[in-house]
Design a protein around this ligand. Structure first.
Ligand SMILES: [Cu+2]
Length: 141
């Protein structure tokens, strides 16, 4: 190699070093944030009055996140007192009811499931249309 190209390579390294460190720092923060709040399962609430997917499986202690991706209002409700029929809600023994309240388009709701079992929930405005979902919680490994 001629002296000229060696000099040019050294200068390139000097310039790339700080840039690489900066990229590392900038790229790292959002990734760490996303991981700490990432749910074990996600469910979309649709314009066709459904939870998609309608059944998800998580382990005890994990969180499910629902997102209203539609243009209409939905709820995520597992409270027998809000239901007009027993079919709409199922909760494992000893677990407390939960209810998201009204979720406008783009809004989210999260629930962490501590007790293994099968949970049936529904959407209050669309109970008549059988907008139902199921969460199956298996024991933590
Ligand atoms: Cu709904």
């Amino acid at each position: 190699m001629s002296p000229v190209s060696t000099h040019s390579l050294a200068r390139t390294r000097w310039l790339l070093g700080p840039a690489a460190v900066l990229l590392f720092l900038v790229g790292r923060a959002p990734e760490a944030q996303a991981q700490s709040s990432s749910p074990a399962a996600t469910v979309d609430m649709t314009n066709t009055l459904s939870f998609a997917p309608d059944t998800v499986r998580v382990q005890a202690g994990e969180t499910v996140r629902w997102t209203n991706g539609s243009v209409i209002v939905h709820t995520v409700t597992a409270d027998p007192e809000e239901a007009t029929t027993d079919e709409s809600v199922r909760l494992p023994e000893g677990t407390a009811p939960f209810d998201s309240g009204t979720l406008d388009p783009e809004e989210r709701f999260e629930h962490t499931f501590e007790v293994p079992g099968t949970y049936r929930y529904f959407c209050i405005p669309h109970e008549g249309a059988k907008m139902y979902g199921t969460v199956i919680v298996t024991p933590a490994e």
